[in-house]
Design a protein around this ligand. Structure first.
Ligand code: ACO
Length: 401
């Protein structure tokens, strides 16, 4: 608690907590993390069980509704999501306004925010059905916008969603299908992507989810709130780390250069950090990283991919885990360390890695937004500050300064 009485009328005490390391901003029943033990539960279910047995769409239902669906409930949910996958014809014009080489995250954030200009019904946030519909629209349209951003960036025409396919296969078709060439999706690829979406679906009050809640706390519509979450996710300290990890591994290049990279990461005069290492909450192995690590070997093996970057990653993990600097600071590989290698094996381009994360995390963002809307204790998020500026002084005319 810091005494803030610096100016004559300022009194009282604030908690000074940069980065909110010790501040709970809300109560939530969605996701539980035990960072010391490396435990992650969605609505009470261990992530390991959901990763093994569930599907992304079922997990999205669970996060949004609190319980796993019955067969009938799931069929209705899947039907509703499928029904809302199309994007408005005029929304396509938004893509034409971007530079051809715009980053897909920029296009995703811009077009997601623009959804609020198409669905005016959601402006009545008092209506639970409108809120639910908005959440479903966001979940349904995110892969459509993501694939459109990618195709625009490579100069290919945008594909409509094929609604006879499931969530993941539909997305992969929108990404990669070309006219006159039927696309066969390898089930290994579809399963791996579904699993990555599950692992990315929610992670309690991370930076992007907190951003969604902060914007949501003002009464802004859900499309604007989620668009803000997308921009927060983009940073390399958050979801942008998966793209940064792959760039880092490529820069390191070969396993014999790993020790030099570890030395650089420890050097406090060098801003270089091991991307994909460390986490605000996990002071143990990130349970998602354990699952992804195992999956990386399986997917690369099944697809017959021999990626030298995997050797660099394994050597880097080994070197860091026995280095005192990383051990003392409890810096372990996080969810992003191996995900890029899998995305690469699935032929997802590097600039799309964080977009992939956004598709999965949309389930969590809308679940938190829905929870916040019925929280009787919700109030506008408005942190205070410790003022460090000038004390009162008189204005000096410009000619006399
Ligand atoms: N490489 C080298 N040193 C590191 C790393 C790293 N990746 N991460 C943390 N450290 C060091 C810091 O320099 C600091 O050292 P010090 O105590 O000597 O000053 C100490 O470990 C604590 O680090 P903080 O930055 O204070 O920890 P914080 O909780 O604020 O940051 C974060 C967590 C942002 C994830 C950080 O570990 C990091 O930048 N990692 C790399 C980026 C990354 O992988 N981000 C993805 C996170 S997971 C996600 O968002 C999905």
């Amino acid at each position: 608690c810091i005494d803030v009485a610096r100016l004559p009328k300022e009194t009282g005490c604030f908690t000074y907590d940069p980065g909110f390391t010790a501040t709970a901003s809300c109560k939530s029943a969605i996701t539980y993390i035990d960072g010391d033990e490396g435990v992650l539960l969605y609505r009470g279910y261990p992530i390991e069980q959901l990763a093994e047995k569930s599907s992304f769409l079922e997990v999205a239902y669970l996060l949004m509704n609190g319980e796993l669906p019955t067969e009938a409930e799931f069929a209705t949910f899947e039907h509703e999501v499928t029904h809302h996958t199309m994007m408005h014809e005029r929304l396509k014009n938004f893509f034409q306004g971007f530079q051809y080489d715009a980053h897909p995250m920029a296009m995703l954030a811009g077009t997601t925010a623009s959804l609020s200009a198409f669905y005016h019904d959601t402006l009545d946030l008092e209506d639970p059905e409108q809120r639910r519909l908005a959440a479903i629209r966001l979940l349904a349209k995110m892969p459509t916008l993501a694939a459109a951003a990618y195709r625009y960036s490579i100069g290919w025409p945008i594909r409509f969603p094929r609604n006879n396919l499931d969530y993941v296969n539909r997305f992969l078709h929108m990404m990669f299908e070309v006219p006159s060439e039927p696309l066969e999706i390898n089930p290994v690829v579809a399963k791996a992507l579904d699993l990555l979406f599950i692992l990315h679906a929610d992670h309690e009050q991370n930076a992007s989810t907190s951003t969604v809640r902060l914007v949501g706390s003002t009464g802004a519509n859900p499309y604007a709130s989620v668009a803000a979450g997308i921009t927060a996710l983009w940073g390399p300290a958050h979801g942008g780390a998966n793209e940064a990890v792959l760039k880092m591994l490529a820069e390191i290049g070969t396993a014999d250069k790993v020790d030099a990279a570890v030395a650089r990461a420890k050097d406090k005069n060098d801003s270089f950090r091991l991307m994909g290492f460390g986490h605000r909450v996990y002071k143990n192995f990130d349970p998602r990283a354990k699952i992804i690590r195992e999956m990386t070997h399986k997917v690369l093996g099944e697809l017959g991919v021999n990626d030298p970057l995997l050797d660099v990653a394994l050597k880097l993990e080994e070197a860091a885990l026995k280095d005192d600097y990383f051990v003392q600071r409890k810096l372990y590989p996080n969810v992003d360390f191996y995900s890029g290698i899998i995305y690469k094996a699935l032929k997802i381009p590097t600039e799309m890695f964080t977009v992939m994360f956004a598709i999965g995390r949309t389930a969590g963002w809308v679940a938190h937004w829905l929870e916040q809307q019925v929280d009787p204790e919700n109030k506008i998020g408005r942190p205070r500050q410790i003022y460090t500026g000038a004390t009162p002084r008189d204005y000096v005319d410009i000619g006399k300064r």
